[in-house]
Structure formats: structure tokens, C-alpha cells
Ligand binder design. Sequence first.
Ligand code: GLC
Length: 552
Amino acid sequence: MKQLFLLLASLNIASAQTAPGHWYDHAVIYEIYPRSFQDSNGDGIGDLNGIASRLDYLKDLGVDAIWITPFFPSPNADFGYDVSDYVNVAPEYGTMQDWDHLVAEAKQRGIRILVDFVVNHTSDQHPWFKESRSSRNNPKRDWYVWKSGGGPTQPPTHWTSIFGGYTWTWDAQTEQWYYHIFLPQQPDVNWANPELRKAMFEVVRFWLDHGASGFRLDATPYLFEDPAFPEDFNPPAPGGPAALEPYNSGRPENHQVLREMRRIMDTYPGDPVLLGESSTATIEDLAKVYGRNHDEIQLPMDFLFGNLTTLDAATFKKQVDAAQLQLGGQTPVFFFSSHDHQRQWSVFGDGTHNDQIAKLTATLTLAQRGAVLLYYGEEIGMETMPAGGLKSVPVGPKRPRADDRDGERTPMQWNAGLNAGFTQGTPWLPVESNYRRYSVESEKKDPKSIYSWYWNLLKLRHDNSVFRDGSYVPLESGNPNVFAFGRTSGASDLALIVLNTSPKQQTIQITGMPGEWPQFRHILMASPQAIAPSSPKFTIAPYGVLIATTGQ
Ligand code: GLC
């Protein structure tokens, strides 16, 4: 043990250490798309009472917090991300009483709730926007971004919106254009306006006063635009994705707003957290999102990692090393699946070994130092419904358009019964056809299921100090198909995690641990079964996952 102590003391791991003391530094945050999680009243749409009824499940799974995507009144042009009232619950999801009930029940189980705060834009049906567009002299005119351009046929710039088309929509009544980085139904608010800022901060206080433990901040890079609105930066990119340029993404002005928001958060007890949808082009930019003095977003989501779509050990290592070693020791946030991303079972699966691969990608995120986001159903291997399965979905009055993200938003698969246990009515989206095999009920009974694998990983994160808050130890496997890393807590125990991302058995020779090879006494988890490696050179099975420890 003494030898191991010296060995670990000589490892260069200081930069990957976590500042102790915050619950969110090692949190597992479970994202719930409320429409699809659990319906309690038979209308085919999930709701807050449905979530409350599944808290025991979430507690047993071991999640620390849930992030609920928007459940506020909304015309649903972008399913809740077009908010028409920030301080209420949409009738389809319940009432404020239901919210209070959910908070109380979650608190009893030690589960925190994060509210999705859409900070960049409102719905065009929000009273603020209705006032703003009513006349050029309205006191709320400046709460949004209005420009004259060259009249009705010539927008102020030709910048393209993330959802296609120009970022400008002409308002015939007041004869000006308003700015929107997303849909025309989602006008951007003007954070430069102090009254708008005040009103938004009241929303922050409202939800914290009502028991929220923080926010997932939507679309944080886009709060400000270059006030000069230069035309020449962003020529239309026909057919291509919107080119995000410094004029409307990651502007320096964002920091001031986020600092102010954080200051409000810090006046509340319970260590509330900001989880940011903070996509950046580089790891250096991501580091800045935490704030120069750690005074902005505590948990910015790492999209450089989350957007990876190839099962490739070398790329995983590159991005994980960056997140662990180049963020100044701050807490990285790992995820793959979300309501905007294809589900990881489908993305990384090869069609034959999907379940094995699901265990591998689960380990890749959950064995890391840092916070991890799980997307509902990820833990049972839900797949993205292929587009064909969605063709029959009626559009209906509440559904202005089908969404190409519907495939990853299908109902949670609880059991093999009617509508997979999601609703007694007609589900708003069809249930994925694999629900008899992939459901909570069936997988709980099977110790080899994806669910059991996740359950064990979450347990490891809670019960084992190395996995709860141990440092990250970068290692080299000597093989581009295999990602190996270590975790260590204090100067005693060391865990070794090895992931083979290829369909073939691989031989590896691990380097990066100075001195002699530590004695790994136990295999904590392995898929398929394996024995603890007694030397740095060993083989690992196709898509093999190994978690070994020097401890008990
Ligand atoms: C975020 C949300 C996404 C939404 C967009 C516009 O990216 O995650 O679902 O469409 O913001 O609000």
C-alpha cells in the first residue's frame, strides 16, 4: 500500500481535481421530457403528477437531480421552448399545486429539481412580445431586437437562423424586422435592456422561491448580438447549418448577465446550480463559460464531447482528457443523449452489439470525474424511433409541425403492458416497438440488462469514494481502439477503467503509471466477465468494458 501511495503521489493529477463540497460536482442529473415520461390523467401527454408517481423509481436508480424540460404555458411551436408565461404550469402538464407536490415528494427522497429556463427568447405569444410589437413607442419595444433594414424585402442582415431561413421576420404593422436565432415564433429578448433583465431575474427568484434547485439554461451562447450587426460575417449557407460566428454566439456581454444571475442564485440556500446549454467551438471557450472567477455557470454541458457520434476510443480519449485536464479543474459535464440528440443506443450501436455498446458508453460517462446527464430511457437502452415509425403521427391542433427530433422523444418504456405503461389513453407519440424487450419492468429482473449495468454504475458513483469524487488519471493504452483511464481518491485506492471500442479483441500495454504495476485486487464491473490484469499488458474482449480497483 505504501508503494502505491508513493506511486500515486508522483502522478500529475492535480489539475484534474474537483473542488470539494458541491453536490453537483459528482451529480447524476436525469433529463425528463415531461410530455413523454408518465401520463397520469389519460390524455396521452405526460405530466408533473406522472413524474411524481415515478420518483421512487428515480430514487432507486440513484439520480441526484432531475432536469425537466419546459412545462410552462406555450403555443408549442417548439414544444415548450417558446414560453408564453414563465411563471406558471401549462394545463397539459398540471398546475402550480402539482409542482409544489412534486417538489415536496422529490425533497423527501433527496432528489433536486432543475427548471429549464429559456433565457434567449420568448414565444411570440408572450404578453411582453405582444406589447413590444404593438407599436414602435411601446415601453417594451426595446425588450426585443428590432431593426428597420431596407424595408419589407430587405432584412437588416442575411444571417441564417439555426432552424433555417433568415434570423429576421418582418412585422407589417410597425414596419420593422425582429430578430430570432431560432423560429420566427421565438423572438430573441434584448438582454441589454435593464427592465427586461430585471423581469428575467424575477423569473429566477420565482422558481427558486418555489423549491427549484437551479436551472438548465437554454441556448446560453446567443444572448447578445454584435450591436453593429455587420452584414459581411455570415453569408447565407444554402442547405448547410447556420454558420455561428462571433457576432451572435458567445459574445463577451454574456458573461455579465450570467454573473448577475449567479449572484442571485448564490443568495439562496441549498447550493443551487446553473446547468448550461453552452455549446462552444473549443475547450478554451468552454473553460470561459464557468466564469473567470468561477462565478458564472457551474455546469456547462460539454458539447465537444456530447456531439461525438463515432465509437472511437482515440477521439473519446482526446475529448475526455480535454474536459478533465483543460478546464482548470472545474467540473466537466458529460452526456450523449438528450431531447435534441439521437439516443446513444442508436448512434453508437452497430446493429449487432448494441447492448454491449450501451454499457460501454454508459461507463464512458458515468465512470468519469464530473457531473453526468442521463436522458430518460437511456438507462434501459431506448432507441431513437426510425422516421418510418413516426409517419402515422397526427399533427393535430397542438402540434403545428412534426419535429425531426420526435424520434428521441417517444414515451418512456415502463413495462410490456398497454402503451408500455406510459398512458391509458392515446400517446402523443407512438411507443417504440422494442418496448417488450426494453422496459424497466423486464430489465430490472435481469442482472445482465442495460438497466442493471446503469444501476450498478450509479451505485458505484455513490458508494465508492474513488468514483464519487476521485481525480482523473490520464493513461495511455498503446492501442487506438482502447481507451484506458484511472480514478484515484486521496492517495490510496486506484481504479482502472478500460473500454474497447472495436468489434475485435485487443491487446494493450498501459503506460502512464510511474513505478510498478499496481495490484488490482477486484473487478468491480466487467462486460463480458474478465479477470483483474496482473500486468500492464493484457487483452480485452470485443467492446469489452473493465473496471478494476486496488481497493476493496
Ligand atoms: C435548445 C433546446 C431545443 C430548442 C432550442 C430553442 O437548443 O434544447 O430543444 O429547440 O433551444 O429553444
